[in-house]
Design a protein around this ligand. Structure first.
Ligand SMILES: Cc1ncc(COP(=O)(O)O)c(C=O)c1O
Length: 359
């Protein structure tokens, strides 16, 4: 198989063990003589996967008993709508830290109009930092944040103490670091970065916050429907859930989220140190807000004309997915949980080799 150092931003590199288990289950699920995509989701064998997945989430993130974990369709983008439908009665507050945060805000506005407020934004510097020193309105039904900004490489590294119920889109940093779930009312995200493949969305919700809004909720948009039915009100996306389950097993084998976090810090430190040392490159995110998951950098202005040359140089050496998002430019190396240190070292070697050809 061709060697690829995969830095894609999502879908992205996954643990080899999860892919191997997926292939096996596609061929013959638990010795049933059938593929996992051919069996009933009501079968005992499938229900065992759902239960195991729930247990692993609880164990890895130390999720308290009064929270429910849901596996839904629709992507994180569907949660931009489900969150306000289920939680907003009078007012909601949003922190704008990038395009995804903006989309969540826009969707909530469709429902709540001016009652949905933006408390702060980092749009003035192309979302290169996390706003600080703003006030969270106490009378908001919830305060929505995006903990990792995939496109810009900024991350909120702490669990905020919020006077309003805290809701977080953790699509691109879930399971990358320990999180105090009890500080959040609801956490959601698409699985396709750190916890599997596209097609399943996770929602971790404190059960008592539901049922407080006066509007009638369409059945499929009501979290309580999915809680009541163990995420099987309609046919669940079995294959993505199976890959998620296998990915969580792999995380557990890495020493859990705590072990994975240590690896993530090591990988990111290696790469940021090289960006800071190498004369050709400069990081784009504010130092204190640098993401452990998406490492964004550009060519130093003196060498701006070398951007395409570096992309070609890196591609020839097996680097995949390091072109920055079109709204930022430059480069982005996504170093999600399953990205091996070997890939980061290969990228660093490539940056150093390129430097020698220029400086
Ligand atoms: C932070 C964040 N939120 C939301 C999304 C959208 O996720 P989905 O494609 O599952 O709707 C993405 C996708 O990259 C993301 O990075």
């Amino acid at each position: 198989m061709k060697k690829a150092y995969n830095f894609n931003a999502g879908p992205c590199v996954l643990p080899k063990s999860a892919i191997a288990a997926g292939v096996e289950a596609l061929n013959d699920f638990k010795g049933s003589g059938m593929s996992v995509i051919e069996i009933s989701h009501r079968s005992k064998d499938w229900e065992a996967v759902m239960t195991e997945c729930d247990t692993l989430w609880r164990e890895l993130l130390h999720i308290p008993d009064n929270y429910r974990i849901l596996f839904l369709g629709g992507g994180a983008s569907m949660q931009f709508l489900m969150v306000p439908y289920n939680l907003m009665e009078r007012k909601a507050a949003y922190l704008e830290t990038g395009v995804w945060a903006k989309k969540a805000f826009t969707e909530a506005r469709l429902l709540g109009g001016d009652a949905v407020v933006k408390v702060a934004s980092s749009a003035d510097r192309n979302f290169s930092y996390i706003p600080k020193g703003y006030e969270i309105p106490r009378d908001a039904d919830y305060f929505h944040i995006t903990t990792n900004n995939t496109i810009y490489g900024t991350e909120i590294h702490e669990d905020y103490d919020s006077p309003a119920l805290l809701v977080a889109d953790m699509s691109s940093d879930i399971m990358s670091r320990p999180v105090d779930v009890s500080k959040y009312g609801l956490i959601y995200g698409g699985a396709q970065k750190n916890v599997g493949t596209a097609g399943v969305t996770f929602v971790i919700v404190r059960e008592d916050i539901l049922g407080r809004v006066s509007r009638p909720l369409p059945t499929m948009l009501d979290y309580r429907t999915h809680i009541k039915n163990g995420s099987m009100f309609n046919t669940p996306p079995v294959f993505p859930i199976l890959i998620m389950n296998e990915t969580l097993k792999w995380i557990k084998a890495q020493g859990g989220v705590e072990g994975i976090h240590r690896q993530n810090v090591e990988k990111a430190t290696l790469l940021y140190d090289e960006i800071d040392r190498n004369k050709l490159f400069v990081g784009t995110a504010a130092q204190e807000d640098r993401s452990l998951m998406n490492i964004c950098f550009v060519m130093n202005h003196e060498y701006a004309d070398k951007e395409d040359a570096f992309l070609t140089f890196a591609k020839e050496r097996g680097m995949v997915g390091i072109k920055g998002h079109r709204s930022v430019g430059g480069f982005r190396a996504s170093t999600y949980n399953a990205c091996p240190t070997e890939s980061v070292e290969a990228l660093i070697a490539c940056m150093q080799e390129f430097e020698k050809t220029i400086v």
